[in-house]
Ligand binder design. Structure first.
Ligand code: AVI
Length: 320
């Protein structure tokens, strides 16, 4: 399997769009780089390795929860469904739903990485010949035109707690737009990481084998290639911590020395100890997530907790 993640490298983005996002992020007082740039081929492989780590509980906890959730959802459905996955994510996860939910007659994965998407779709189509696999190449953070079939009920699927990588405003915008895309009467099954003791979160994002460190630093190698920047990977260090006020893990890359980085002829000065903010990973209580959903046109009709409250999956219903 390639990547278990749902936010893939948008290598298909025009080079000038990448460059302008990088220049913009590095020009801010708190320097930042968009977390989507983690996911080149190397980064996607590193993310797969993160998912296998003992310390990284979200992936294995959600996977373990899905068979019984799929059975519960299956009992709640009495009409043919189209399952719409935001991001061509883990085949392992969608496979669990396709195996347990008989009423799924169509599967619509949406992803910006077209070649990857079609390959994954092909594999799945062979395995589930009775399901119509209908890939849509698009940026799922923007409104997407589904090839609608009015006789099918749309069920969105957004596992992995990728929603946590969005700011609260972006999460609300995504949920609102997903409500538009999926339409009246739709459902959305979504994985949400929960609040828990900071020490456990700290371990999950600072694993002993240093895979998360490599994953974080790899963004610089990716951007060197993509934009011709001259980040020296030896002069930055991985730093991840829980910010209790914001309820999120923050990942940063800390400059180990005073240095200048050049991107397309633009020089960026770094002080020793200055950071580039590369990722947020928000953790939600059940109440907080319900509130976020209801601000975005969804009602949480049911939720499941796994691994002793380590991870949650919510089933949202579109509000009329
Ligand atoms: C993809 N996403 C849900 C992961 C997370 O936990 O926020 C990305 C990740 N970053 C570091 N480790 C994993």
């Amino acid at each position: 399997m390639h990547s278990q993640n749902t936010l893939h490298a948008d290598q298909s983005l025009p080079a000038d769009a990448v460059l302008s996002e990088v220049l913009d992020g590095l020009s801010q007082q708190q320097k930042s780089l968009p977390s989507k740039y983690f996911y080149d081929t190397e980064g996607s492989e590193l993310f797969d390795q993160i998912c296998e780590l003992d310390e990284y509980y979200p992936y294995r906890t959600e996977i373990a929860m899905l068979p019984s959730i799929a059975q519960d959802v299956s009992h709640m459905l009495n009409e043919p469904c189209n399952i719409v996955e935001f991001g061509a994510g883990s085949l392992a996860k969608i496979r669990i739903l396709l195996k347990h939910v008989d009423s799924i007659s169509r599967f619509t994965p949406i992803d910006i990485a077209g070649d990857f998407l079609r390959r994954e779709a092909d594999t799945l189509q062979k395995e589930f010949p009775h399901v119509e696999v209908y890939p849509v190449e698009a940026d799922f953070t923007r409104p997407v035109e589904l090839n609608t079939n009015a006789s099918l009920k749309n069920i969105g699927f957004f596992p992995g707690s990728t929603i946590g990588n969005f700011t609260t405003e972006a999460a609300q915008a995504f949920l609102t737009q997903a409500r538009e895309t999926l339409g009246n009467g739709s459902l959305l099954l979504i994985g949400v990481d929960t609040k828990k003791p900071p020490a456990m979160l700290h371990k999950a994002y600072n694993d002993q084998r240093g895979i998360t460190r490599k994953f974080n630093l790899n963004m610089l190698a990716h951007l060197n290639r993509e934009t011709g920047a001259d980040f020296d990977l030896d002069k930055f260090e991985h730093y991840a911590f829980y910010n209790p006020e914001k309820g999120r893990i923050e990942m940063h890359l800390i400059s180990q020395t005073e240095q200048t980085v050049t991107v397309a002829g633009n020089a960026f000065e770094f002080r020793e100890g200055e950071s580039i903010h590369t990722e947020n990973s928000h953790k939600y209580t059940q109440q907080e997530f319900k509130q976020l959903a209801s601000n975005s046109g969804w009602r949480s009709t049911r939720h499941w907790m796994g691994g002793q409250q380590l991870f949650s999956v919510h089933l949202l219903q579109a509000m009329d």
